[in-house]
Design a protein around this ligand. Structure first.
Ligand code: 9Z3
Length: 382
């Protein structure tokens, strides 16, 4: 039988306190929070909307002095690209990303199959300059980047592990409270569902050779979650508590919350997105499939029901640039070169000519405007 509302709230609170007591914060948390506090004060003072964009994958360390860890595929393309479009839409952006994953603006020239040096040449005076064919695009990106930097519109924070991510998210969310309805959480990071709790983590590198195995070096009565048994590596992970409910109800109760649902099986996508929306009662779930995520996503919300956002058929393939042709494919770091089918049956390959985030973010900004209006109407005139 399901427990009453307050029972499940108490359980959620107990799980939260247990998780954050047992898994200590990252050493950079305090300095990150000081920067965040100043950033939020500056932009709320100017009446600006603020988006917290999370991006990239979280790691699951297997050892305390970490040599080995589990990771996922995310390069942070969705997050870094979306951050640019939020900035274009007038938001200030806190970009909480996996260290060394893609960053707004520099993403155009990093993690690529080509080196940034391929964009350069030496001129007659022995100076390094950008090649002619890359000038227009690089000037455009540089101008946007310089404007954002001058106006202090982008705060970049990083995490590596799942625990660092959760600490940063919780504490930054609490600082976002004064932003209220003008805040939006855009949770595009690929968050691990399983982890090794601190009290079940071995201190030192797991030894493969049986002569050197020492799996009893933690004080817990349960065996370490990652250990060798004979010649095999056993990894017995525990579930990461789901904190979306706490984010919605407790950490950031007045902001717009957008979560992503990633699936590989098309028949599950909409159902799973609807399930998440009902369970966490937030504003929007964006469903995407691993293979088609750059061409189509589905918005599931109480406001608008189910709505697909798609790159138009004429813009589904990008022609290869000179450099891409040289290295043999169009696209960035994470295209696997395989062909996928769009849900309307058309094939998709390489990279689309239009970034789907350029369609996603204006939709979100419009929904956000509706939510802000509603919040104002509720409050009434002063
Ligand atoms: C996403 O679904 C993102 O769109 C991607 C972006 C990770 C697919 P890339 O970085 O990929 O551009 O290569 N993010 C959320 C995935 C996630 O962990 N969601 C959780 C879940 O599905 C809930 S918040 O349970």
């Amino acid at each position: 039988m399901a427990g009453s509302g307050s029972d499940s709230e108490a359980t959620a609170e107990a799980l939260e306190s247990q998780y954050f007591t047992n898994n200590p914060p990252p050493s950079s948390l305090h300095s990150h929070l000081a920067l965040t506090q100043a950033f939020i004060e500056r932009h709320t003072g100017q009446g600006r909307r603020i988006a917290l964009v999370t991006s990239g994958g979280t790691t699951v360390p297997l050892e305390n002095q970490t040599v080995r860890y589990l990771d996922n595929f995310s390069a942070g393309t969705r997050g870094a690209t979306s951050a640019e479009y939020f900035l274009e839409a007038g938001y200030a952006v806190i970009f909480l990303h996996r260290q060394f994953s893609l960053l707004p603006y520099s993403r155009h020239y990093s993690h690529n199959t080509s080196s940034f040096l391929d964009y350069m040449k030496e001129d007659q005076d022995g100076r390094v300059v950008v090649q002619e064919q890359h000038q227009p695009e690089m000037v455009r990106v540089l101008r946007e980047y310089t404007h954002v930097k001058k106006q202090n519109l982008l705060l970049i924070l990083s995490f590596v592990t799942i625990t660092e991510y959760l600490w940063e998210l919780r504490e930054v969310a609490k600082l976002m409270r004064p932003v209220g309805a003008k805040g939006v959480f855009y949770l595009a990071a690929a968050v691990s569902d399983f982890f090794v709790p601190k009290d079940r983590m071995v201190e030192h590198k797991i030894q493969s050779s049986e002569e050197f195995q020492a799996n009893g070096d933690n004080s817990n009565s349960r065996p370490p979650a990652a250990r060798t048994e004979g010649k095999s590596l056993i990894i017995d992970l525990e579930p990461v508590p789901k904190f979306l409910k706490q984010l919605v109800d407790g950490w950031a109760p007045n902001s717009m919350i957008v979560s992503f649902k990633l699936e590989t099986d098309p028949s599950m996508l909409v159902r799973k997105a609807q399930y998440a929306l009902e369970k966490y009662q937030h504003h929007l779930v964006i469903g995407n499939l691993l293979s088609t995520r750059k061409w189509e996503v589905v918005f599931v919300s109480a406001m608008d029901g189910e709505k697909w956002i798609r790159v138009p058929p004429s813009r589904r393939t990008k022609s290869m640039s000179g450099i891409e042709a040289l290295v043999g494919r169009a696209g960035g770091a994470d295209g696997d070169g395989s062909e996928s089918k769009h849900s309307d049956g058309q094939a998709m390959q390489g990279e689309p000519a239009v970034e789907i985030e350029s369609l996603i973010i204006p939709e979100i900004a419009a929904m956000h405007s509706r939510l802000i209006r509603r919040a104002c109407e509720k409050k009434g005139p002063f």
